[in-house]
Design a protein around this ligand. Structure first.
Ligand code: F6P
Length: 344
């Protein structure tokens, strides 16, 4: 078969490991010809692609980012985008397309499948917010990076008797904040699923300081939301998939904390550092398993599906199941574990 792949949406540690696995089994076991589209759906629309081979993928396993490039292009939002995509798949004689991405990229793959294009999906995102899979690769790496950052912030907070607000990514889910906050021993963790009251946060910090603990780390998910009527925030730009660009809420939170408590409060926004660099061993292995699962799905003719991790096994689920409803933080995890350590 002639099989194409693409990486769409935000880059993520482990993308190259997925492609390496697809190429390895495709070329060596199935005698496939493999190609990669450049910059996600943009490359499919424009027909921009390159051949991929076991030789070309050498050295890619530990590399972060994506060797194919990525974009947030949505063919359904571009005039003639879907027809152009269909045409280039025909022109290049592509038998099947493996889309590696988050809910947006996989949502496009699901719609194209409904239009008769043979697609298979691989779930990817540092946010870990895809409902069909227990884990996405990239999440473990992002949590590791954020935890290391929090560990480092502790020493400055302690030396200067400061409150340090550390903002992490995750879009509208608090998984990265919760995991890194627990692992890093945060004083408070603010996540989108649990709207916060800034005065309650300040009261907790004050109680902690009154007990003689003058250093505090507040981990804030970029999508954290204040309880209605307690604080106002400015909304950012919207992308082709209708997502608001998040980032910066910690500046507003830090200013409020400093004003309400009088404690010196500083901000560290980790941003894309969480998506960069080499994947952890866990992410390399999960990405490799997903890649093998995807090429097997293609050869079993199971189009319109995506691979997922469920109960430790790689399974196939309909693409439509993986997109739409995000997987949010389990309230029991927040209240039944994390909260015991807040402002102690
Ligand atoms: O979905 C991954 C993610 O890193 C989110 O956590 C974040 O909100 C978003 O992508 C940022 O996207 P971009 O790099 O396009 O600004």
């Amino acid at each position: 078969m002639r099989i194409a792949m693409l990486t769409g949406g935000g880059d993520c540690p482990g993308l190259n490991a997925v492609m390496r696995a697809i190429v390895r089994k495709g070329e060596r076991v199935f005698d496939d010809e493999l190609v990669g589209f450049i910059d996600g759906w943009r490359g499919v629309i424009d027909g921009e692609h390159k051949p991929l081979s076991v030789e070309a993928m050498r050295g890619s396993l530990p590399r972060g980012g994506t060797l194919l490039g990525t974009s947030r292009t949505n063919p359904f939002k571009i005039e003639g985008g879907v027809d152009k995509a269909r045409q280039s798949l025909e022109d290049l004689e592509i038998d099947a397309l493996i889309a590696i991405g988050g809910d947006d990229t996989l949502g496009v793959a699901a719609k194209l499948f409904d239009l008769g294009i043979k697609t298979v999906g691989v779930p990817k995102t540092i946010d870990n917010d895809l409902s069909a899979t227990e884990m996405t690769f990239g999440f473990d790496t992002a949590v590791q990076i954020a935890t290391e950052a929090i560990d480092r912030l502790h020493t400055t907070a302690e030396s200067h008797h400061r409150v340090l607000v550390c903002e992490v990514m995750g879009r509208h889910a608090g998984h990265i904040a919760l995991w890194s906050g627990i692992a890093g021993g945060a004083t408070m963790i603010l996540i989108p699923e649990e709207p916060f009251d800034i005065q309650a946060v300040c009261d907790a910090l004050t109680r902690r300081h009154e007990k003689g603990n003058f250093a505090s780390i507040v981990v804030v998910a970029e999508g954290a939301v204040p309880k209605e009527g307690t604080m106002s925030l400015v909304s950012g730009e919207v992308d082709q998939f209708g997502h608001v660009r998040l980032g910066g809420i910690s500046n507003v939170i830090a200013a409020e904390i400093e004003e309400r408590t009088g404690y010196e409060t500083r901000v560290s926004i980790l941003g894309h550092i969480q998506r960069g660099g080499t994947p952890t061993a866990f992410d390399r292995v999960l990405a490799t398993r997903f890649g093998i699962g995807a090429i097997d799905a293609v050869h079993d003719g199971e189009f319109g599906t995506m691979v997922a991790l469920q109960a430790g096994q790689i399974v196939r689920v309909p693409l439509t199941e993986g997109v739409g409803q995000p997987k949010l933080v389990d309230p029991d995890f927040y209240h039944g574990v994390a909260e015991y350590f807040f402002a102690g």
